[in-house]
Design a binder for this molecule. Sequence first.
Ligand code: ME8
Length: 520
Amino acid sequence: MPDKPAFYVTTPIYYVNDVPHIGHAYSTVGADALARFKRMDGYEVYFLTGTDEHGQKIAKTAQEEGVTPLQLADRVVERFKEAWVKLGITYDRFIRTTDEDHRKTAQAFFMKVREAGYIYKGQYEGWYCLPDEKFLLDSEVEDGPNGTKTCPDCGRPVERVKEENYFFAMSKFQKQLEKYLEDHPEFLQPESRKNELINNFIKPGLADVSITRSTVKWGIPAPVPEETVIYVWFDALINYISAIGWPDGEKFKKFWPADVHIIGKDILRFHTTIWPTMLMAAGVSLPKKVFGTGYINKDGKKMSKSLGNVVDPFELAATYGPDALRYYLLREIAFGLDGNYTDEAFQTRFNGDLANDLGNLVSRSLTMLEKYFDGIIPQVSFEGDLESRLVITARPYAGLARKYMDNLEFHNALIKAWDLIKAANKYIDQTAPYKIAKEGDAGKEKLATVMYSLMESLRVTALSIAPFMPFTATSIWKQLGYADDVHKHSLAETEEWGKIPVGQKIAKGQALFPRIEKKK
Ligand code: ME8
């Protein structure tokens, strides 16, 4: 067997000062859908997520809570892990920046860049945005009330910092980065954010970055004579390669460069300036793509703990099921754009796409098979026009979905998967099996064809939705009478028709998505 092609996808590593909300779940669910899709399409996937545990912000939160930073991290990490189990996230590694291998790699990387001549000592004087853990130049900060200065990105007050720090000579990579972006138009995605980044932040000139913090204690000790820690972003970005054993681990050789870093648009700049130039400085190849998602907003503002407008993924999953949340996140908002969360929109999707379209199709089809054929998949003897319409709808899915998934257009892949669900519901209305059943023996053959075609539609649907709604796919698969794991099957099987075994006994279960009464 030839080796499977490798595919490496990452999420941001989340700060442990906050428990997970659905804004965090957004990037992670997207990465998971992509990882699952690629696995089903024959790739060997490595899917990395984790937590960002160092820095001043975490130290401050821990202090406020009267615990050590590590105690805080240990506690919050459990919440993230629980959330990911609940949402069916199939990561291969959950990296913590306090992991020993990461600490060593971050130091080794620092040394490598230093040996290459791109790290020098200097005096940092400027502004620091603590919530964003970001250095800001005098020219970047904005005027706030009472003579204060604020962060141009998050609008919160910044503090004045004066430190003896080490700097990374990012400015040396100006030309090289510009050329790279020109030669690799696919590197920075989505397209809509590219010009803004290039024109506002790259073309005007890359400034050198302070990469140590001499006044901060909680971090990875920098490999320099002075007692100082590595700046939290320099530390954090390295996670993408430390997790797979840079510089010479087997996984690193197999999976690097990453196929895509999925992150929020707020940190696209770090990932398309500091990160690629750090890699250039260390002589490491660059990731193939960095994709910045939009924000999940609530009441018109980015969902975040500090604004107090967070929606709890545990609560939503408990009320509507984990797949309803996954579906909403991936279907409601195009991945690169901002989107608003409202209970109303959530419930409309739930009752429409999930209860009416998918839930009803599964339940009606299986109920009829039980009633007319004792739940046994019947032999088929002919195919008519209506059946071919189902086949014509099912067959192009895989090809289209591959294209959509490569562009992280999850909503479009789902729209395509729903074409078959809708076609199958229409097919029931058009063929009216309940009427054919009344014809007795005369209609038996036709009835068998209709029921078989419906079971095939369900089989293909289970496979098509498996990356997005893994629990539902498993349930449909089991209800169809399969004993094995739907997630071990391949995308290519959606292109075949006539695969469900004649004689297989189905096992109808509970309704997948019972309609909900809308809250006022
Ligand atoms: O920035 N909508 O961590 P973080 C959409 N540790 N996405 C959201 C969101 C929202 N309302 N809120 C958060 C950090 N996110 C760094 C990252 S990576 C080497 C280091 C998502 O916990 C979004 O993807 O503040 C954001 O980029 C990510 O959570 C991390 O946020």
